[in-house]
Design a binder for this molecule. Structure first.
Ligand code: SF4
Length: 424
């Protein structure tokens, strides 16, 4: 989501006549688009911002802007701590960047754009997209779920769906520009449509996007397990452009921890949804998120997560240590866990999943898969790289002119994080 926001920021600058600089020393304006989902990302931002103090000393005309969730969370406190920042704007105020650039305020005149922006989700912003084959389309903003560890409802506000017509127009334009794959983006795509005047839902939107000529693949992220419906499974079955891959964050295998996290499902319910997905869509790739060391997570609770990973055998996971986030409910929970234990649990989770992912990759050796070719491989310029419908990376020898095409590839060898194949 943040990467797509950065594309919007770059789009506004580009439309205002700015070029992107490869070197920060040569820049007239530096924007740090921040993420506060985990402490580590926040620490990285503060050290980067600290370094910019020197840059401003050398070039007093340099303007520095801070965007994203930390801007929203810290507000004008940032100006106090870092007086050399000129502009701060939250994720719901990217459209205000245009005004700031146009007004071109003197360096040192501090401006902020952090207020609620109720019509942001209906605005059309210029977007400077990375790549030419696949891209993202925001379908909704914010979140109403208030998971106990998560800052999103505080930094990105409450859930708002974009009107269907606006999404349709954007995807049609992307298809006419040659993009082949779109990923529909939202914090909880399964609840798309809530609050719109027209009666619609996510399967309905998938069906609309499926009808757009030129789009060859559709993906979506992220799905909250509690809102995953039978209607979605039926839509994936019926709509061949929708890829058989779902990212369904589990977070923990322990019912006690899930309740403390305010996830509003227990493991058994989650597993039932996995079973239904696999029954309705044999071969579907399923990935997830796991948090280790959430407050109160005992050895037994952690073992439930390890058991869940062995039980479900996800295709891949993103695992993180719990970190304290401002405003969240988890801050006041008892039983915060030592960093050392969180790290040790994280490494056990990662090791177990690595073996499962490798086993799953091995299982597709000899199979033929449809691959959308995205680019030349970064590590070997004679190879192309693309993804299967299940979102697995495949490398193979091929012709650069095939970038953007769907090609059948026989999988010859499974690696830990990718597959190697040959064109059929
Ligand atoms: S569903 Fe939970 S974890 Fe996801 S964005 Fe909303 S509050 Fe955060």
């Amino acid at each position: 989501m943040n990467v797509h926001d950065s594309e919007k920021i770059a789009g506004i600058f580009s439309e205002s006549g700015y070029d992107q600089s490869e070197e920060s020393k040569k820049a007239d304006v530096i924007v740090l688009n921040t993420c506060s989902i985990r402490q580590k990302a926040e620490q990285k931002f503060y050290s980067e911002l600290g370094r910019l103090k020197e840059a401003k000393k050398h070039n007093p005309d340099l303007k520095i802007a801070v965007a994203g969730c930390i801007a929203q969370q810290e507000g004008s406190k940032l100006f106090k701590k870092f007086p050399y920042v000129d502009f701060i704007f939250g994720p719901d105020n990217i459209d205000n960047l245009q005004k700031w650039i146009t007004n071109n305020p003197e360096t040192g005149k501090r401006t902020e754009a952090l207020k609620a922006n109720p019509s942001y989700h209906t605005k059309e912003l210029p977007i400077k997209r990375e790549g030419r084959v696949k891209t993202w389309v925001s379908i909704m903003y914010g979140c109403d779920n208030f998971c106990a560890y998560c800052v999103v409802p505080f930094t990105r506000g409450r859930e708002r769906s974009r009107p269907k017509r606006d999404i349709q127009k954007e995807v049609e334009r992307l298809a006419s520009e040659g993009f082949k794959e779109v990923t529909l983006l939202g914090q909880n795509v399964n609840s798309y449509g809530k609050g719109l005047n027209e009666k619609t839902d996510f399967p309905d939107l998938l069906s609309l996007v499926h009808g757009i000529e030129g789009v060859e693949r559709i993906r979506f992220v992220t799905s909250h397990p509690k809102d995953l419906s039978e209607g979605l499974i039926t839509a994936i079955q019926k709509l061949p452009k929708v890829c058989e891959h779902i990212h369904l964050p589990l977070q923990s295998g322990s019912d006690k921890v899930l309740t403390m996290m305010n996830r509003r499902y227990i493991y058994e319910e989650y597993k039932e949804k996995i079973d239904k997905l696999r029954e309705g869509l044999p071969g579907i790739a399923i990935t997830t998120d796991i948090i280790t060391g959430f407050p109160g997570e005992s050895d037994d609770d952690f073992q439930c997560t390890m058991d869940a990973l062995s039980d479900i055998e996800f295709d891949g996971i993103f695992a993180f240590k719990y970190s304290k986030r401002p405003n969240t409910m988890a801050l006041s929970l008892p039983g915060h866990i030592d960093e050392e234990i969180k790290s040790e649990r994280l490494s056990r989770v990662s090791n177990l999943q690595e073996a499962i992912t490798y086993k799953k990759n091995k299982a597709v050796e000899g199979e033929i898969h449809e691959v959308l070719i995205e680019s030349v491989s970064e590590t070997d310029s004679d190879k192309l790289t693309g993804r299967t419908r299940g979102n697995k990376v495949v490398n193979f020898y091929g012709d650069e002119r095939d970038i953007g095409r769907l090609i059948k590839v026989k999988i010859l060898e499974a690696k830990r994080h990718s597959l190697y194949g040959e064109r059929v």
